[in-house]
Design a protein. Structure first.
Length: 257
């Protein structure tokens, strides 16, 4: 007969078991992304074939996620004549792309027709930043593969009919132990690989694991983007006002309480 202690231990072991089904894995990733406020100071380097030298951008990324809603602001500190440029993406829970891009002198509204627009002349698109694919209902485990020290489960996600997307599917290599995707591959409407996104140097920041290096490699191989985080601030109390046009015009957000 099992003792009470044995039953309790078994229950605790079951509760601590890492997620394994596709839905569980995706839910864990989304849960780990919840935050009252996160800010990352980073350098983005874009290397293009034929360019005399890489383009280097200094960025500050601020984000908050509350349940199914999310806000993110990407601010450019300097890079040629683009100092003060900002991009805000706003998800009100319907996972439709909206927001604005601000450049000194004016702002442009963003909507779902602009999914394929490039982010600050990099290999990332606005759709890549929005990451709406995590909410696609079709999720299937299609394999396993080790990436560094982590054994990852490969989940394939497919959009529902009529979804506003440039992709026919996305594959994510999710490390269950840390609830982080360490690789993402996107596939175009023709079913061919569009780009590979790698996430590296995973660091524990408080209660979450945060990749601090992101690489983007289009299948065409004519360019490469690397974003390297230099500093991460977590548990900030950012508010909707921190993601408005007036705040973008004011420059880098300094208020966090």
């Amino acid at each position: 007969m099992k003792t009470w202690a044995t039953l309790v231990a078994a229950t605790m072991s079951l509760a601590a078991a890492p997620p394994r089904t596709a839905d569980q894995l995706v839910a864990a990733v989304l849960d780990a992304a919840k935050t009252t406020g996160l800010r990352i100071h980073a350098t983005m380097t874009v290397t293009a074939a034929g360019a005399r030298e890489p383009a280097v951008h200094q960025l500050v990324v601020s984000a908050r996620r509350d349940g199914r809603t999310a806000d993110a602001m990407y601010q450019q500190l300097w890079a040629g004549g683009e100092k003060g440029r900002a991009l805000v993406l706003d998800d009100r829970g319907d996972h439709r792309l909206r927001g604005f891009e601000y450049r000194p002198g004016g702002a442009t509204r963003i909507d779902s027709r602009m999914f394929a627009e490039r982010f600050f002349d990099s290999d990332l698109t606005l759709e890549d930043l929005a990451e709406a694919f995590w909410l696609w209902p079709s999720r299937t485990v299609v394999g396993q593969e080790a990436i560094g020290e982590y054994q990852c489960v490969i989940v394939e996600l497919r959009p529902p009919a009529g979804a506003e997307t440039a992709y026919s599917s996305v594959k994510a290599w999710i490390a269950p132990d840390i609830a982080v995707a360490l690789r993402v591959e996107t596939f175009g409407a023709d079913g061919h690989l569009a780009k590979r996104i790698g996430l590296y140097r995973v660091t524990r920041v408080g209660e979450r694991w945060v990749p601090t290096i992101l690489t983007v490699e289009p299948a065409a191989g004519r360019s490469r983007t690397v974003i390297e985080g230099a500093r991460v601030e977590q548990d900030l109390h950012l508010h909707p006002i921190d993601f408005t046009l007036s705040r973008a015009k004011a420059g880098v957000v300094v208020r966090s309480k």
